[in-house]
Design a protein around this ligand. Sequence first.
Ligand code: IVH
Length: 679
Amino acid sequence: MTNPQKEIEQLRAQLNEYNRRYYQENDPVISDRQFDELMHRLQELERQYPQYDDPNSPTRRVGSDLTNRFESVRHRYPMMSLSNTYSLEELREFYDRVTAEAPEADFVCELKFDGTAISLTYEHGRLLRAVTRGDGAVGDDVTANVRTIRSVPLVLSGDDYPDYFEMRGEIYMPRAEFDRLNAEKEEIGESPFANPRNAAAGTLKLQNSSVVAARRLDCFLYAMAGDRLPCASHWEALNKAREWGFRISDHMRRCRTWEEIETFIRETDALREGLPYATDGAVVKVNGYDIQKRLGATAKAPRWAVAYKFKAEEALTELLSVEFSVGRTGAVTPVANLTPVLLAGTVVKRASLHNADQIALLDLRIGDHVYVEKGGEIIPKITGVELSMRPEGSRPLEFVRTCPQCGAALERYEGEAAWYCPNSSGCTPQIVGRIVHFISRKAMNIEGIGEETVGLFFEQGLVRDAADLYDLSPERIAALPRLGAKSAANIMASLERSRTVPFARVLYALGIRFVGEATAKILASHFKSLDALRAASEEELAQVEEVGGVIARSVREYFADPVNLRIIDRLRAAGLQFEAEETARLSDSLASLSIVISGTFERHSRDELKQLIELHGGRNLAAVSGNADYLLAGAGVGPAKLAKATKLGVRLLTEEEFERMIGERRDGKPEEAVQPTLF
Ligand code: IVH
């Protein structure tokens, strides 16, 4: 094809259609690989011909790494809430009231999704804006984050949609994604999200949309708003919306009689446990727009709709004891042991208590009868105490003051609810936990050793830290109970293989608090070596994208501990990778130049620029200092950075000048094919 604009447009239309088939209809028409190839081609063309840029291009689905500042936007149509009820009688009263006023009314019954509300504005069939509910009148513009949600259409199908309208819906986090994310958070010592709703709302407000993209939010739309809608009823509107490419739940029904509504509710209650997302009720809406208008609204909620909320499944049982367990990071978690009780189809005998604050809040006592609830989360939680059944003479449960494993006095960090055992080098579950983390699959992937073997090694005095693993001899292992010559040989071979595990995974294996798999990758590719990372100041660390103050502090603390430094030295001596592999060079045009990037750019993302600097032999610096040669400044460059650069005599560079330096552009024209594929 000779006309690039045409090809770009065609690719966008094709990819949008494939996305729709994949995400809305669960019916992919091409293989992932073919899809990726087309996507790459489009990315390449867009880079080559920035004049055809379009913020709604399917390439933007990957999310940008720019920092979003959320702007406040006033809703054109206020986002109301719903009146709630937990009782079928009240729901019946709603039905009677509506049908008394409008005997011809029919209803639409839907699921009540448990996420966070969103309003999507479309202009000429393209996503213009995504705004949170906020206070109902004004919300946050979270468009960049919402663009990463693959089921939200960026460009609509068909041609009969209004020029300007809004779709309202719920953004949620699927249960499986919620579990994955929480497991990851606990693994690195961060407190998990309480439920999928908080996880969805929290993710939507993240500053960095590439992190949002990685978390796989999803969205159901449940209402249309606009001045001139091409439909007379809600049912019709949702079906139209589905045609235009919106994700509309199939679990909705048109009902006329009370019996039909009741049946829908009973069926939904039975079905919701098995759904891959959280729901907390059903919504009953008057179908006809004319009747909706007639019924009107109160100050807060429409009078033509009501939410019937399901009671979370609950059981009453006895609290037998509370155990305090210590994790790898030293965090002490209380766990309740209960008299086994049946709840939502499973027998529950343990429940999470989260932290000391929650125990105090509930005024929990051993022997109490407690209510256990299963919300969106897997582990049930204690939500209340049946005071009428409280045994006499019981005393409030006290959170341990000292570590249940090693006896050290517990400490609390500012702003955190958890208590920690500070004795990291002498507390068994912490020591064993760190080694177990070190050998885990995503870290050093040492096969043939599991938690039990590490415990055995520890008991026998063979290992106290990860570096001790590399001093093990096959004879010593073979002599241990339950292990033999064959296991010993396997373990030795696996340890040998681990010497080639790339630096990013070694860094993750070290178990620095808050440095999960993703952060380790970022740090490794930014600093390139453990020595450079160790030399970085807190300020330099915090300036790396996606690395905030908390992680920066934690990394500094880790390297400030001589015990850790000794382990690192021994691991290095054992031959582990402490440097990132060199990426192939494209040229030496930036050799020995240090460049700081600030602001946003027209033709490259910041990550691309970073990679380009390195590919051409330069060094990317996080902060303006005397070491910097250039400040590559884009739109919105930080004023403090500019002032500092001027003061220190650091030269300024535009995107265009930079492109010339690396030979990507000559005399103002973009040049073809110098650039490698960066994705
Ligand atoms: S309709 C004017 N339909 O529930 C009516 N809301 O408690 C606007 N929600 O803020 C809402 N599922 O975030 C509607 N099928 C559904 C819903 C739903 C969940 C949420 C929504 C709203 C809240 C009100």
